[in-house]
Design a protein around this ligand. Structure first.
Ligand code: PRP
Ligand code: MN
Ligand code: MG
Length: 186
């Protein structure tokens, strides 16, 4: 709506740019996982849009499952301590697993998730993220497929939220600082 558009400072990525990049990444994944049936693991809730688009772009048989994770208290961004709210329903043993994320910000969520996954016996473990903020990363996380490097600004849309809103925007946009009070949340 016009109301939501007024909260945005700048469109960073258009739907066309996003879908073009996702198609390029899909071709890479197809060649890396040729002949396999990977298990795509989407990290709720932000990864819903990229998971939906990437999975439909992939010309591979695949399965999808979902993890929901959350911080202990409000310390998530600084401590990297994460709690599983919903675990996988699928066994990872022997599978080629591809974690799908919307954004790697500090890297703490993914770093914790990779550590947690390492003991589960996957045959291979890869990570795809649509967005990465190089200037915000505090831990080094191995990323196999990165859509876009973006500046360290507060972005919403295409799954990314502020206070659980703006996820349904088709673009990735910079939120006006006055919307979140000038101090980036989390
Ligand atoms: C966001 C985003 C990533 C994570 C990245 O999720 O979707 O999962 O933060 O941040 P980090 O690299 O600093 O750990 P959030 O915790 O906001 O939950 P959501 O996906 O439900 O919005
Ligand atoms: Mn998330
Ligand atoms: Mg969020």
């Amino acid at each position: 709506t016009a109301d939501v558009q007024g909260d945005l400072e700048d469109i960073l990525l258009t739907p066309e740019q996003i879908s073009t990049r996702i198609a390029e990444i899909a071709r890479e994944i197809e060649s890396d996982l040729e002949g396999e049936t990977p298990l795509l693991v989407g990290v709720l809730r932000g990864a819903v849009m990229v998971m939906a688009d990437l999975s439909r772009e992939l010309r591979l048989p695949l399965e999808m499952d979902w993890m929901a994770v959350s911080s202990y208290g409000n310390d998530h961004k600084s401590s990297g301590v994460v709690k599983i709210l919903k675990d996988l329903d699928t066994a990872m043993e022997g599978r080629h697993v591809l974690i799908v994320e919307d954004i790697v910000d500090s890297g703490l969520t993914l770093s914790w998730l990779l550590e947690n996954f390492r003991s589960r016996g996957a045959q291979s473990l890869r990570v795809m993220t649509l967005l990465r903020k190089p200037d915000a990363m505090t831990v080094d996380v191995p990323l196999d497929y990165v859509g876009f490097d973006i500046p360290n600004k507060f972005v919403v849309g295409y799954g990314l939220d502020y206070a659980n809103r703006y996820r349904s925007l088709t673009s990735v946009a910079v939120l006006k600082p006055e919307v979140y009070g000038g101090n980036p949340p989390e």
